[in-house]
Design a protein around this ligand. Structure first.
Ligand SMILES: [Zn+2]
Length: 317
């Protein structure tokens, strides 16, 4: 069967490259993601996250973020026949490219901004096109999901970041944001937003997952949720299989519509993966499962990549 192209909303492979642990070229190096396996699986666009580890926060967060962004450029420039950077709406015309994977640079954690708006302009000039406002903790923009009971909305700076991201054509990512912040962003943003790597709370009650009400609101604003493959987000027991990923896809499609569902593996950022979906090369099995579940080929194309492509087309300049 002919498989549709895939857009994956989140992986953490960049950190392994920058730390010198892997080239992201060779499956024998292990890990979840490399260009060879991703290409074979039909990945046409990969969101590559610059995740700023806690030990760098707050004082070294900008330094570390820029180091990761520099690493991403070094990776892309070293392999022009395999990957290319996606920055503009026009670049989407090249997706799917028959031989190369598009890379969309994202930053996970507003700490990179060092509490200034001009850093947002700088990272935009460096090619970053998506920003998660927080990781799990509070920062100068908002509270992450790890801040329990605060119910805080965005700070003044957080609001300015949302408005500026709208101006710059950057995708706002609410995956790690607390619920009050989520609703505040929806009030503020004129563009649709993403939860690049989250699951459904109705199926697995975890702070990182979205309630049905949030899923419906995302849909109303033409947003997309990339379903995360982390077993802890898929099933309360923390033991998950590919079937659990399918359950979350079906639930979100049912509650928020097929046009709201995407894929956001979190490969190389999770210490365990579901049975039967252990690495990026296994994506075909997941698409086969969706066919068996009765999704039409158009619906599978939407889930696999077209929904993420639509929102990028809505947001990028
Ligand atoms: Zn994350």
């Amino acid at each position: 069967m002919e498989y549709p192209y895939i857009i994956d909303g989140h992986c953490d492979s960049l950190i392994h490259f920058v730390n010198g642990e892997r080239t992201l070229q060779d499956p024998s190096e292990g890990g979840h993601w490399d260009t060879q396996r991703a290409r074979g699986a039909g990945v046409a666009l990969q969101f590559m996250a610059a995740f700023i580890e806690s030990k760098y926060k707050p004082s070294m967060a900008t330094w570390r973020g820029l180091q990761l962004i520099e690493g991403a450029h070094r990776f892309i420039e070293a392999h022009p026949n395999q990957v290319f950077l996606v920055q503009k709406k026009l670049d989407l015309d090249q997706i799917p490219d028959p031989t190369r994977i598009g890379i969309l640079l994202s930053v996970e954690g507003g700490e990179i901004l060092g509490e200034t708006i001009f850093m947002l302009d700088i990272i935009s000039k460096l090619g970053v096109r998506a920003l998660g406002l927080t990781w799990n903790q509070r920062n100068a923009l908002a509270d992450g999901v790890g801040e329990v009971g605060t119910q805080s909305r965005l700070t003044q700076l957080g609001q300015e970041v949302v408005w500026r991201m709208n101006k710059l054509g950057m995708l706002i990512d609410v995956s790690h944001l607390n619920e009050a912040g989520f609703w505040h962003v929806l009030e503020l943003s004129k563009d649709p937003i993403v939860a690049s790597h989250s699951c459904a709370k109705a199926l697995c009650d975890h702070p990182r997952n979205l309630t049905d009400q949030q899923l419906r609101a995302l849909a109303k604003h033409k947003g997309v949720v990339g379903v995360n493959f982390y077993p802890q987000f898929l099933k309360k027991t923390g033991q998950a299989t590919r079937e659990d990923v399918v359950r979350h896809i079906c639930h979100i499609a049912e509650v928020a519509g097929v046009e709201t569902v995407g894929l956001g593996s979190d490969f190389d950022g999770i210490d365990e993966a579901p049975d039967g979906l252990e690495q990026v090369g296994h994506y075909h099995y997941l698409l086969d499962d969706l066919t068996k579940k009765g999704f039409s080929s158009l619906e599978i194309e939407q889930i696999a990549g077209r929904n993420f492509r639509r929102i990028l087309s809505d947001v990028l300049k």
